[in-house]
Design a protein around this ligand. Structure first.
Ligand code: DMJ
Length: 639
């Protein structure tokens, strides 16, 4: 794997240079090559955490002092031998001592009875939101869970894009929830809901919506439900019903046609961000769009094209991806987060993994998994390499060595210079994508960081400032990203740790967000004040991933079919209809098939349902050594 060698080479080079400078001039790793902004997490606390002898420890709290101070590896090793140490060290060392370790104790087993209880809790959570939506809000788009009312587009204030980008006056929550009903095994309600959609939903509306949102929440759900309905093997039970005449597919097609004007009159092929469903691109439309918005249409448009035999949709979506890709920086290989669709100039030069960019990366890999187009895989791997080289900071290995835990920061796309000291809650999806790419080690660490933030606030603040150890933006709109990654990591590792994480998430959602008629957006993650809004992704993603985490026997896991989740959590089968080559030809999972990387090639994404990425002996130990868990907890201010 060339990129790995390159990274290792650079690291070795950097260490050698640092060593030489250190020996010759007393200059340490502050003279870095490429990594010229150090993470700085209130380091004096870390020194305290790992200090074994307060009298001899210097009061120097600097990064370089810590680098050359006691090493985590040494600390962990010393801790494992705690029995022979003098008594003054015992209470501290006990924290890291096998059976007595607080983390190992807390996260080890997860009894089956508790799993069933959590599954039930997740089911009830979904129905409390869904039933109240149906009772108080349908046919409007969303439920206001505090006032027990429906919500549609903000017609009085067309510039309220927070609402109007998503709400199109098309029963959004019902459509977005369709396949969750099947995941929960409720065939009759699924059929009733499908019939309601067919009878009542029309896209012939004077609504100006965001192309991306309409695509992932509405189009994605319609094609997912259609595929599940018409699957000849009916893995979710007898879902099909007499008289179904592909109406959901027709609706999806109708919507996609109404989105097509976004791809016209753009000099780059990158689409306009919004369209009016009746009249096309508004005359006063801006020429700027975010990378994720323009570049995350390929999965849904590609499936639609392949289902109806009209390549137009896939073609425009692919042209947009290619255009964005061609505008990446020559120096770093990174893309920015906002672009002018006419000039191709980057308006937002920030490159990160969260808002504005997240699903762009996700869909490069998922498009490849679904359609088998090599181009998508090559783009994804090149992007992943740039991310590892320029966004990732901290120690090289998640579970070994010294230094800060790995973290992905926001950088300038051209220089790789860090731009700010916050990460956002959307980035919490990335460990799930890393699992799909077979990089479980990095996934474990990044997930652990977000989980620590969750533990501190009982939610994820929209933006968290890792330097200040405080939220920068305080709301939490019931987002699914952390539970999505938790679910995928559980599928990859089967480690009970992730069931505990899911239980924590469930319980804090119950405690902090449940209101009279549903679950409400947290306005302030510290004070726990609320906003009267329940976004549709709460039912389509958050509840679905929570339920699936605890339902190991779900047909999704046991039917023998392989499924992929769209970025809105809609399930689509990995089906030979959608690809030239069959899945098993691309990702064989015989014994040892994934052990060695292919020559001259990067490793393929993991087929998480069949392939064992984690050795058996490691499966029930903590995914991350407790010394590192403790380090992360400390870094987010948990103690
Ligand atoms: C969802 O609509 C999708 O997951 C999207 O990709 C971005 N995030 C929201 C939920 O947070």
């Amino acid at each position: 794997m060339q990129w790995r060698s390159l990274v290792i080479g650079l690291v070795v080079l950097r260490l050698s240079v640092s060593c030489v400078l250190w020996l010759a001039f007393g200059l340490g790793p502050n003279l870095s090559l490429g990594f010229n902004f150090h993470l700085n997490f209130n380091l004096h606390k870390l020194d305290l955490l790992f200090r074994e002898d307060k009298d001899t420890e210097s009061k120097d709290n600097s990064w370089s002092r810590r680098i050359h101070g006691p090493k985590y590896e040494e600390t962990a090793t010393t801790c494992a031998k705690a029995g022979g140490e003098e008594s003054s060290k015992k209470s501290f060392l006990r924290l890291f001592d096998g059976s007595k370790d607080e983390y190992a104790r807390r996260y080890s087993a997860f009894p089956d009875a508790l799993k069933s209880k959590m599954k039930e809790m997740a089911r009830e959570m979904f129905y409390f939101g869904y039933d109240n939506y149906m009772k108080y809000a349908f046919p409007e788009d969303e439920l206001n869970p505090i006032d027990c009312e429906g919500r549609g587009p903000d017609v009085l204030n067309p510039s309220n894009i927070n609402i109007n980008d998503v709400l199109g006056n098309y029963s959004l929550t019902l459509i977005d929830a369709l396949d969750t009903l099947l995941v929960l095994g409720n065939v009759s309600e699924f059929q009733r809901a499908v019939k309601l959609v067919i009878e009542t939903v029309s896209f012939d509306k004077d609504s100006t919506v965001q192309v991306f949102e309409a695509n992932i929440r509405i189009l994605g759900s319609l094609i997912s439900a259609h595929i599940l309905l018409t699957d000849p093997k009916q893995p979710f039970g007898r879902v099909s019903f007499e008289g179904y005449d592909n109406e959901l597919l027709h609706l999806a097609h109708d919507l996609a046609v109404r989105l097509l004007p976004a791809f016209e009159h753009t000099d780059t092929g990158i689409p306009y961000p919004r369209v009016n469903l009746k009249t096309g691109v508004p005359p006063d439309s801006i020429n700027e769009t975010c990378t994720a918005g323009a570049g995350s249409l390929l999965v849904e448009f590609g499936i639609l094209s392949r289902l109806i035999g009209d390549s137009t949709f896939e073609w425009v979506a692919r042209r947009a991806v290619r255009a964005l890709w061609s505008l990446r920086s020559n120096e770093t290989g990174l893309l920015g987060n906002v672009i002018n669709i006419q000039t191709g100039q980057w308006v937002g030069k920030q490159s990160g993994l969260g808002a504005g960019m997240d699903s762009f990366y996700e869909y490069l890999l998922k498009s490849y998994i679904l359609f088998g187009e090599k181009e998508d895989y090559q783009m994804f791997q090149a992007a992943y390499e740039s991310i590892q080289n320029h966004l990732r900071r901290g120690r090289d290995s998640c579970n070994e060595g010294e230094g800060d835990p790995p973290l992905y920061v926001n950088v300038n796309m051209y220089s790789g210079e860090i731009m700010n000291t916050w990460i956002d809650s959307l980035q919490a999806f990335f460990p799930g994508l890393q699992v799909l790419n077979g990089d479980v080690d990095n996934a474990i660490c990044l997930h652990a960081f977000y989980y620590a933030i969750w533990k501190r606030f009982g939610a994820l603040p929209e933006r968290y400032n890792w330097q200040l150890q405080a939220p920068d933006v305080l709301f939490y709109p019931l987002r699914p990203e952390l539970v999505e990654s938790t679910y995928l990591l559980y599928q990859a590792t089967k480690n009970p740790f992730y069931l505990h994480v899911g239980m924590d998430i469930l319980q804090s959602l119950e405690q902090n967000t449940k209101v009279r008629c549903g679950y409400a957006t947290l306005h302030h993650v510290v004070e726990k004040s609320k906003e009267d809004r329940m976004e549709s992704f709460f039912l389509s993603e958050t509840c679905k991933y929570l339920y699936l985490l605890f339902d190991e026997d779900n047909p999704l896991h046991k039917s023998g079919h392989k499924y992929l989740f769209t970025t809105e959590g809609h399930i689509v089968p990995i089906d030979k209809r959608f690809r030239e080559k069959q899945w098993d030809d691309l990702f064989p999972c015989e014994e040892g098939a994934l052990a060695e990387p292919e020559p001259n090639n990067l490793s393929h994404p993991s087929n998480i349902s069949n392939c064992n990425r984690i050795p058996v002996e490691q499966r029930f130990a903590l995914p991350l050594k407790s010394v590192y868990m403790r380090q992360i907890d400390h870094m987010v201010g948990l103690f």
